[in-house]
Design a protein around this ligand. Structure first.
Ligand code: SF4
Length: 341
């Protein structure tokens, strides 16, 4: 069966490719987050800030994006009121030793989805967030609205609210096939709404989504960065597209998806930084998957981490890595094209 052209058929096809994780999802404790990590990132003035990211456990997002594997860590039913504040307390007991500036609450969906985060929990969440300089939550662009502004007010002006939204790609045809059910206009409207409410915006951009070959993916990642900054986002986070949800493995078999080359990711990051329009980060969580050699992967990880923190390019690393496309003429060498569906 070819990849469906109609959205409802696509959702069914994506669901049909999933491995059955019902038992694992039933066993997820609702008073514990899936995990938490400590990270560092620069603020808008270049000052390094410590942050804790808490991966909340809650029910699955209602959308069925082609590349999404976040549903694996979600419950089959909504969590009861009180569970999310309890999860935050559990994580902060160990993670926050008083020196953490940012809190990120990532919930494998939308923070402003009432089925994911019970609205009655929002004041308790705001209470816990107020001691941080900044709170970052994620949200689908279609759920951006008055609830964001009400929650911003609950933070009482002491904590800056930032909403992270996936643009994924500005390529209209690929965005449609990703099944996110948004257009670039929807994304632009959501950013405009948030910025008017003085809420900061971070966006996720996929590097090499399905249906694009290596050089097309470089070109469209650059265009996506330009589009996001044109809309007014403050931060771009680059996500190397990964498999792991069933559907992406099927597309790999059909040769319409493969992960990006690490050099492509590097080139996109450098392009974003050179624009000087906002902070640009590479998501380091799954970087190891892009290199078969663990030592090479570790070296790249150090470089990306350094660039993320400094927001500047390290010319020594580019010279020492002749495979970096930026050591040549700023464009990727020609690659063989993936077969299109
Ligand atoms: S909106 Fe986000 S969480 Fe929901 S399916 Fe899409 S990528 Fe996954």
């Amino acid at each position: 069966m070819s990849y469906p052209a109609v959205a409802a058929d696509r959702s069914r096809w994506i669901l049909a490719q999933r491995p059955d994780l019902t038992q694992e999802r039933q066993r997820l404790p609702v008073d514990r987050p899936s995990g938490w990590i400590l990270e560092e990132e620069p603020d808008g003035n270049g000052v390094a800030r410590k942050g804790v990211t808490v991966f909340l456990t809650n029910s699955e997002c209602p959308w069925r994006c082609l590349m999404c594997d976040l549903w694996k860590h979600t419950t089959l039913a909504p969590v009861p009121p009180g569970a999310i504040p309890a999860q935050i307390d559990w994580a902060l007991r160990d993670a926050d030793r008083g020196s953490v500036d940012y809190l990120k609450l990532y919930n494998a969906g939308s923070f402003f989805d009432p089925r994911a985060i019970p609205p009655s929990d929002l004041p308790a969440i705001a209470d816990r967030a107020r001691r941080f300089q900044k709170l970052v939550v994620e949200c689908h662009p279609r759920l951006v609205g008055d609830r964001c502004v009400e929650f911003r007010d609950q933070l009482a002006g002491t904590t800056c609210l930032e909403v992270a939204m996936g643009l994924e790609t500005a390529h209209p045809g690929v965005l449609e096939r990703l099944n996110k059910r948004i257009t670039t206009d929807d994304f632009a409207r959501a950013v405009e709404f948030l910025k008017r409410a003085q809420i900061a915006v971070r966006t996720f951009i996929l590097v090499k989504p399905p249906f694009l070959d290596e050089s097309e993916s470089l070109e469209w990642a650059k265009r996506s960065i330009d589009f996001a900054f044109d809309c007014g986002v403050d931060v771009v986070s680059l996500i190397p597209t990964r498999s792991g949800n069933g559907a992406m493995e099927e597309l790999e078999l059909r040769q319409v998806f493969s992960p990006p080359r690490i050099e492509t990711l590097h080139a996109v990051l450098l392009y974003g930084l050179r624009q000087g329009r906002g902070r640009v980060f590479v998501d380091l969580w799954d970087l190891d998957r892009l290199c078969s050699d663990a030592g090479v992967a570790a070296n790249w990880k150090i470089q990306f981490h350094s660039i993320n923190l400094r927001q500047t390019i390290n010319p020594k690393f580019i010279l020492a890595n002749p495979s970096s496309p930026w050591s040549k003429d700023g464009e990727l060498p020609a690659q063989s094209s993936n077969e299109k569906i």
